[in-house]
Structure formats: C-alpha cells, structure tokens
Design a protein around this ligand. Structure first.
Ligand SMILES: [Zn+2]
Length: 304
C-alpha cells in the first residue's frame, strides 16, 4: 500500500516540485493541510474506540445488507467515519467475509488535486484497514475498486476478511459447543439462528460439521483465545437514547429532543436500502468460488 502520509505531489509527480505559477501548488498545499487534519483525526480517534468481540459478532453474523445496517457497530462505524471527515460511507454489497462500502461525493478525492484518472483515496483505504484491524481485531485486505477521480459515480472500497481471524472473533462459546455437537443452553429460535450463521459461514453443512468446520475446530483447539470483555464505545450514547425514549419524567420536550438527536444520527448516514444490486450478486458469486476457504483448508491440513 502507498504511504498515506505523503502528499500526492511528493510521490506521484516525477521531475521536481510543481510549478507555483499555475496555482496548483497552493491548491496542493491546501489539500495537504486537509489531509494532515484527517490523519490527525484518525490517529486521535482510532486508539480510543476498541470494540468488544460481542459487538463485532453481531455485525459478522448479520447476513443481509439491511441486518448489517441495523447493527450498532455499523452505525457507529459510519458515524465515526463521517465525523472524521471521510464522507457519508454506506454498505452497498455483502457476501460472507466480503463487504463493499461506497462513498458518494467523497471529500477525500479533493485531497489529491494533482492526481486524475486514477483511484486516489488512499486515506480511506488506510482508515478502513486500520478500523477493521485495530479496533475490531479482524485481519483483512482493503482495496479501492472504483473512484470518482477515475470517472466512477462513487468511490467504492472492498473489504475482504481473513477467514481464520473472522472465525476467531465471530464464534463464542455456544457456537463452539454447537460445532462440537453439544446443544448450548439456548431456546430453539436462538439455536436456529446460530446454526444458520454457522451454515452461512460454511462451518456447518446440512446440520453437520463441514470439512472447513472440522479443520477450524482442530486449529482452534491448539490456540488460546483471550476474549476481553468490556463496554462497546457506543454504549453510553445508546443508553441515553433509550432512557430518553422510555421515561417521561422530564416531560415531553426532553423525550422529543432525544428523538430528534436520534433521527439526526440516522439521516444522511443510512440512506434507503437498495434492492440486491448486480454488484452484490456478482460479489456473492465471487465469494462462492473464492479460494479463501480452500486456502484455509490447505493451511489447516499442513498444520495437522
Ligand atoms: Zn476515490
């Protein structure tokens, strides 16, 4: 990945500094200042927003775009990226372990005035990578697949999770009991939901442990999982909203105010959900034949 800390004219234009006379230098310096500010926001915010695995689990187990958009982690992620200056990001395509986020009118494009006809939004790619790796503990690769600067209607970023790390965060003790053939102490509905999620992730097949499930369970038994439990960074905000929504002690005004704050959060962050797009279909097809599961299996077999 290119170094996101360098302004574009230092890395991209060969043959000395740009000319001052045509104004592009001043423009580049202004953009550079904005980019520095963005990097500073990221450096300040990201270390403070560690997400507990329970929060990430809810996100990973959601298996439709609508369900993903309804998770606390998703709302928190989109809001934080918007506040930082990364624009109005939204999930537009999904397949297990693969997510495509789009940013219409991406402000980050303006940080690279000297670059044209190419994908330029390294700052967003880097931010997504850091958020997933550092805050969610999910290993992944991130790629900008379309860019406004390259003539596309929105900038689009594809996040591919590394299967082993996704399994490690996603599976809790009850899931592992199911994979071991033991019924956890949950009701039938929850059991069904868990089996569905494990099937979506190919750990179960027709209700039985799949080859991948077998390989993963053997692998998992050899590593010590150290899950730290703590409150998610969105807890306080959600609690305040729910108290305000259910208690009328302070009168209608307070409740109405809280509702306003809440709906303000939703407006602009979560646009109307699109029907399953061509893109999602394509991504799901791709995920079906993706070799990451095969790679995982190969790795597991080597380790036996
Ligand atoms: Zn872009």
């Amino acid at each position: 990945m290119a170094d996101p800390g360098l302004p574009p004219f230092m890395t991209a234009s060969a043959g000395g500094p740009p000319s001052i006379s045509d104004g592009s230098f001043a423009q580049s310096m202004g953009a550079f200042g904005a980019l520095l500010k963005l990097q500073q926001n990221i450096s300040e915010r990201f270390p403070k927003v560690k997400v507990p695995w329970s929060g990430t689990r809810e996100f990973l187990k959601a298996s439709t775009i609508e369900a993903i958009r309804a998770t606390s982690l998703y709302r928190f992620h989109m809001e934080m990226f918007r506040e930082i200056g990364l624009g109005n990001m939204q999930l537009i395509s999904y397949a297990p372990m693969h997510y495509i986020f789009a940013v219409p009118n991406n402000p980050v494009c303006n940080f690279y005035p000297a670059l044209n006809n190419q994908k330029v939004c390294v700052a967003t790619t880097d931010a997504l990578h850091r958020f997933f790796r550092e805050d969610l503990e999910l290993e992944c690769s991130v790629e900008e697949i379309e860019c406004i600067k390259n003539g596309n209607s929105a900038c689009k970023f594809k996040v591919d999770l590394q299967p082993i790390s996704a399994y490690q965060v996603m599976l809790d003790e009850y899931d592992k009991m199911i994979l071991s053939g033991v019924r956890p102490p949950v009701d039938d509905n929850e059991l069904k939901d868990r089996v569905r999620a494990l099937t979506v992730y190919k750990l179960l097949e027709n209700g039985r442990l799949s080859e991948i499930g077998t390989a993963y369970m053997q692998f998992a038994s050899t590593i010590k999982v150290d899950e730290k439990k703590f409150d998610p960074p969105w807890k306080l905000k959600e609690e305040l909203s729910s108290i305000a929504a259910t208690h009328n002690t302070f009168g209608g005004a307070f409740g109405a105010m809280a509702k306003t704050v809440q709906s303000e959060q939703n407006v602009g962050v979560v646009p109307p959900a699109p029907v399953v797009s061509e893109e999602t279909k394509k991504l799901q097809e791709e995920a079906k034949k993706t070799d990451s599961f095969a790679e995982l299996l190969a790795k597991m077999k080597k380790n036996q």
